[in-house]
Design a protein around this ligand. Structure first.
Ligand SMILES: Nc1ncnc2c1ncn2[C@@H]1O[C@H](COP(=O)(O)OP(=O)(O)OP(=O)(O)O)[C@@H](O)[C@H]1O
Ligand SMILES: [Mg+2]
Length: 389
């Protein structure tokens, strides 16, 4: 690149745009050493000719579960042909036929010619037997199998493959991001007799970790100097607030695209603001849509008060809104609690004598007002983008 402040039309700020795709598997899985070690130790017996232990990976969205599995599976495939690790995306493949077709395709490199489940299983088993290999299947996003009613059948069919077809015992790694779901408890008795998974937990990342992951991505995917440190900090803060690294990766990508579109070599604060608006607005809209009408009316008033620069203590806001909204003090406090639970406001304990809690919006007040006002149109808008979950 030249040193001019402006980009030529054929220049780009992206060293490697793929680094910002959600399917990108980073070379280094940061802050997951314990989980990597644990999963590796569960698979190790299979590498030594025994059977893999089963595992359940649990953790909120965007905590690196899929990335960890991809990384470890890629390494296993590199070092041995005796273990065949296969990841199935259960959000996409939810029936036994779809899952076994997916396994077939990954083993053979082409789609199965037959649509018969038994034929497909038999072909898989024959290959495993010929190669003296063990199957390890990751059912990623396995929570989708539960409403589909296929979770137990599938586990049973995979884990018992060895009985009918005389192959070595497969291992299963089931992954779920829904913390209220216990994948072991969801297994019925006949499955539980062969499924004793070890649970591996993936805790949410803190801001420093989000920043570290983003910094690494920036280093790999962009030319040096494109994102100033202070702006990377700001992006990490937004993503940590949303509890989602994906938000951060998307923010970097969009901010850089904006700078590039303007022919600049460096991202500015305005680029980040614009990107944040594009990424956060759908999230905010979805959250506002989950509120009751009366909660939304209160939120809208809070946004106006905040825009007007008024006193934002709980008591002062109540005095302001009580003439407009038909809510008593008790309902008002319940509504505030709901707004906090929805992740739209923070209720900050007041400092100083006799000062009540302060209501602090987590988003730009103008954006909040827009999200409340936009609810009538929501039905005709496309669904809020879900970050490739
Ligand atoms: N420890 C990490 N190091 C580097 N990148 C990471 C790490 N954790 C997550 N990421 C990145 O964040 C994004 C989300 O990670 P991943 O898909 O692994 O999350 P997940 O736990 O499987 O989420 P979900 O439950 O929504 O499927 C990916 O783009 C991934 O590359
Ligand atoms: Mg995942």
């Amino acid at each position: 690149m030249t040193h001019s402040a402006l980009l030529r039309h054929d220049e780009t700020l992206f060293r490697d745009p793929e680094v910002f795709e959600f399917t990108f598997v980073p070379e280094q899985v940061h802050y997951r050493d314990a989980q990597v070690r644990e999963l590796a130790s569960l698979l190790r017996p299979a590498l030594r000719g025994g059977s893999a232990e089963n595992a359940v990976l649990r953790g909120p969205p965007g905590t690196g579960k899929t990335t960890t599995v991809r990384r470890i599976f890629a390494e296993v495939a590199e070092v041995t042909h005796r273990v065949v690790p296969i990841r199935v995306n259960c959000q996409h493949d939810r029936t036994a036929l779809a899952v076994f077709r997916c396994i077939f395709e990954q083993i053979f490199g082409y789609a199965p010619p037959s649509r018969h489940l038994d034929g497909i299983k038999q072909a898989i088993a024959a290959r495993l037997r010929d190669e003296d290999a063990r199957l390890v299947v990751c059912l990623d996003d396995a929570n989708y199998l539960i409403p589909a009613g296929t979770y137990n059948t599938l586990l049973y069919q995979i884990l018992r493959l060895y009985e009918k077809w005389d192959v070595r015992k497969p291992g299963v790694v089931a992954v779920a991001s829904d913390l209220s779901l216990n994948l072991y408890a969801e297994a019925d008795e006949r499955v539980r007799s062969v499924f004793h998974p070890t649970e591996v937990f993936f805790p949410p990342y803190g801001k420093a970790e989000v920043r570290g992951i983003l910094a690494d991505r920036v280093r790999q995917g962009l030319y040096p100097g494109v994102v100033p440190k202070s702006l990377l900090d700001r992006i990490a803060g937004i993503a940590a607030g949303e509890q989602d690294v994906r938000v951060g990766i998307d923010l970097v990508r969009l901010a850089v695209l904006r700078a590039e579109g303007d022919g600049r070599r460096q991202v500015t604060a305005a680029d980040v603001t614009a990107a944040a608006r594009a990424v956060v607005a759908p999230v905010l809209r979805a959250r506002a849509a989950g509120l009751s009408e009366s909660e939304r009316a209160l939120l809208s008033r809070i946004a106006e008060q905040s825009l007007a620069g008024s006193d934002m203590t709980g008591g002062a806001v109540f005095e302001e809104v009580k003439d407009y909204l038909p809510v008593g003090r008790t309902a008002y406090h319940e509504h505030l609690k709901r707004l906090a639970e929805a992740g739209i406001v923070d209720l900050v304990p007041g400092t100083g004598r006799g000062r009540g809690r302060e209501i602090r919006l987590r988003y730009d007040p103008a954006e909040v007002a827009a999200a409340c006002a936009g609810q009538e149109d929501l039905r005709i808008l496309p669904a809020a983008r879900n970050f490739d979950r």
